[in-house]
Write a protein that binds this ligand. Structure first.
Ligand code: NAD
Length: 303
């Protein structure tokens, strides 16, 4: 089985992904790095290769070219501008959509027919554009969506209750951005509904902390990258190991014809389906608001 990954965009996020990949057991057997800064990736490839003596998996790491996409299982895109202090993810839209038009067409011109995994912001818009520019089926396009926000949520709740985040079954859904929210009616600690354990006020404070996490980190250290690096590895391994596991990613919403954060089943084919959530009317309104935000952003792109 060909488990080749092409990584496009080797800045903080791309390299955190690559480094996290080397530190875990993975079935990725080839990792090709592409960036407009050739000098940087030559250095990155040397540095990563020097990890292999102590890493858990055998991976062929090299400077890549778009030709590598023809037989790649996954193309991961982390290229583009990132948020500056005070900027929202949506502020990046025109810069990054122009970059994506060129990248996705270069990938497709080389006969790619695997899974796209997108991390660039504004995430749900870039995921939609990848689908549109590639012409691939919607199941072959996965955005990291609210996986990172969900990881932050699980950490914060677990930390408050002194319970492993692995046993917090709660998801952030909607736009990976300011309109995201937590459907608390679907949230559990182990098998107990979370609303029986934590008051509504405290839950809302936790949700605000999740939403503001990226802004806080950017204010303190300039950008966020380790968390998303781990999240992208989680999705990569779920695809290549044909896991059929449930992860909140940016997946196609057939009714609204956009990509948006939602729990979805992931395997070697990409997204199998979204998981059905029973949202109450308040949660449904919040979901529709996120849909509206993403649709509006897409309609405002200067092409
Ligand atoms: P960065 O500036 O460190 O890296 C961006 C890289 O993209 C650079 O190396 C640059 O040379 C490269 N690049 C630019 N144009 C390119 C092109 N046409 N082809 C190939 N490479 C190109 O930025 P970063 O901190 O790594 O962030 C990357 C993106 O990830 C941003 O949009 C950021 O907002 C986003 N991000 C997403 C999440 C998430 O949860 N999805 C989390 C953090 C950051």
């Amino acid at each position: 089985m060909n488990n080749k990954v092409v990584l496009i965009g080797c800045g903080n996020v791309g390299m955190s992904y690559a480094y996290a990949l080397l530190n875990q057991r993975t079935s990725v057997n080839e990792l090709c790095l592409i960036d407009i800064n050739i000098n940087k990736i030559e250095g990155e490839v040397m540095d990563l290769n020097h990890c292999l003596a102590f890493g858990p998996s055998k991976i062929n790491i090299k400077v890549g070219s778009y030709d590598d996409c023809k037989d790649a299982a996954i193309v991961v895109i982390c290229a583009g501008a990132s948020q500056n202090v005070g900027e929202t993810r949506m502020d990046l839209i025109n810069k990054n959509s122009a970059i994506f038009k060129k990248i996705v067409s270069d990938v497709m011109d080389n006969g790619f027919n695997g899974i796209f995994l997108v991390a660039t912001n504004p995430l749900d818009v870039m995921t939609y554009l990848t689908w549109k520019y590639s012409g691939l089926k919607a199941n072959q396009i996965i955005g990291s969506g609210t996986i990172l926000d969900t990881a932050r949520l699980r950490y914060l709740i677990g930390n408050k209750l002194n319970i492993s985040p692995k046993n917090i079954h709660a998801y952030v859904i909607g736009e990976h951005g300011d309109s995201e929210f937590v459907p608390w009616s679907n949230a559990y600690v182990g098998i107990q509904p979370i609303k029986k354990i934590i008051s509504e006020d405290r839950l809302n404070n936790i949700c605000d902390d999740v939403k503001n996490a990226a802004y806080k980190i950017i204010e303190k250290k300039g950008s966020t990258y380790y968390g998303i690096g781990m999240c992208l590895v989680r999705i990569t391994n779920a695809i290549l190991s044909d896991e059929n596991c449930i992860i909140t990613v940016s997946a196609y919403d057939k009714d609204n014809k956009i990509f948006i954060g939602y729990p979805a089943i992931i395997n070697r084919k990409g997204i199998v389906s979204r998981v059905k959530l029973d949202l109450n009317s308040n949660e449904m309104n919040q979901y529709n608001n996120s849909v509206m935000v993403i649709k509006k952003a897409i309609s405002n792109i200067n092409e």
